[in-house]
Design a protein. Structure first.
Length: 356
């Protein structure tokens, strides 16, 4: 069936494949303070990156809101209709007072930011394929499946990004999800339960929400962690299993769910990873993807502390400092000025050698 693909159109080549919109942030009469979530964390990440002079407003890809037509690529009409009830949204987002708000306000102040982040993930999927990598500063709603939301996740952005690529981008027919949020990613697991094109690796605290035994059957590489797991053990497991997963199947795209709720002291995650450990973890995943030439899309997912935004920004700066993310196109050697320069340098060296 023909689709509109407006989310895929009109991204200026001068932009970094970093996707964001000020509409991501949920700010509403202090209601956002009732959830442990820092509902402005996405804007703070961007502000830190601007302070460090990595990006400016003109270099960020502006996320567009996913329309009903976009959402229906995965979601049932029945599910989208349910979101017209404030109490349903209050339950999904875990912000009880939302229950008492008229639904037009819930749509504008709570669901529109989540739909914009979802549009951002879909856009970033295409950008990752085009440029070798992309980061949506929001998204990662891994508890939402086609017909059920939960755990602050109202739209299945990971499923959507992958289905959009499968249906609309030639040559993308296998995907690997590397889910390193502290919680099990039961939404995409339910959506891709019997889909052999999608390989799911999930590393999570086995004792916390959602404990979805049925969804676990979709996980190809399951790493269940104990309470209070620390850096050394965690990073060793991530490294071993990311390498193992990518050696088992070379996908056309990696969707990396980079939740920061593994941070020590997170009230919901129950793990004890340091800020440096999180930065190192992201580096491990990007190194594995980039060394194999596999496009990678990163989404930021869960993370419920005030210091989270700084850590995400530090991680992005670290990836940049290591050359793992680069403004230049990195998908093919010919289009990459750095590679061209290296080739020119080595040709010059060889010529000089033969002249000596």
């Amino acid at each position: 069936r023909p689709h509109r693909t407006e989310l895929y159109e009109g991204v200026p080549p001068t932009c970094w494949p970093i996707v964001y919109s000020p509409d991501y942030n949920i700010t509403f009469m202090g209601l956002e303070k009732l959830h442990p979530f820092d509902a402005g964390k996405w804007g703070k990440v961007i502000n830190f990156l601007k302070e460090e002079k990595l990006i400016g407003d003109d270099l960020i890809v502006q996320a567009r809101e996913a329309t009903d037509e976009d959402l229906l690529v995965v979601h049932t009409r029945r599910y989208l209709n349910k979101l017209k009830w404030s109490f349903v949204v209050a339950t999904i987002t875990e912000i009880p007072p939302v229950l008492f708000l008229p639904n037009f306000l819930v749509q504008r102040k709570v669901l529109k930011p989540l739909r914009t982040q979802t549009g951002g993930t879909i856009m970033a999927g295409k950008l990752a394929v085009d440029r070798g990598w992309a980061i949506n500063v929001g998204g990662g709603f891994h508890h939402c499946s086609s017909d059920k939301g939960g755990g602050f996740c109202a739209y299945a952005d990971i499923t959507l990004a992958i289905k959009f690529l499968f249906e609309r981008v030639p040559g993308v027919c296998k995907a690997t999800i590397i889910d390193l949020d502290a919680h099990q990613g039961n939404g995409h697991e339910r959506d891709f339960m019997n889909d052999h094109r999608v390989y799911i690796m999930d590393v999570y605290n086995r004792y916390i929400y959602p404990g979805d035994g049925f969804a676990k059957r979709a996980i190809k590489r399951k790493v269940e962690l104990e309470w209070g797991t620390e850096d050394t053990e965690y990073l060793q497991k991530v490294h071993t299993h990311v390498e193992g997963a990518l050696n088992e199947l070379k996908p056309d795209i990696i969707v990396y769910n980079a939740g920061t709720d593994i941070l020590d002291g997170d009230p919901l995650g129950g793990l004890a990873i340091s800020p440096q450990g999180i930065v190192k973890r992201d580096e491990v995943v990007f190194k594995a993807a980039r060394s194999r030439g596999i496009p990678i899309l990163m989404v930021t997912s869960g993370g419920y502390q005030k210091r989270t935004a700084r850590i995400i920004a530090d991680s992005i700066l670290n990836l940049h400092n290591l050359g793992l993310i680069d403004k230049e196109l990195a998908t093919s050697g010919a289009e990459n000025p750095k590679v061209e320069q290296m080739i020119r340098d080595s040709v010059t060296d060889l010529t000089n050698l033969s002249l000596q």
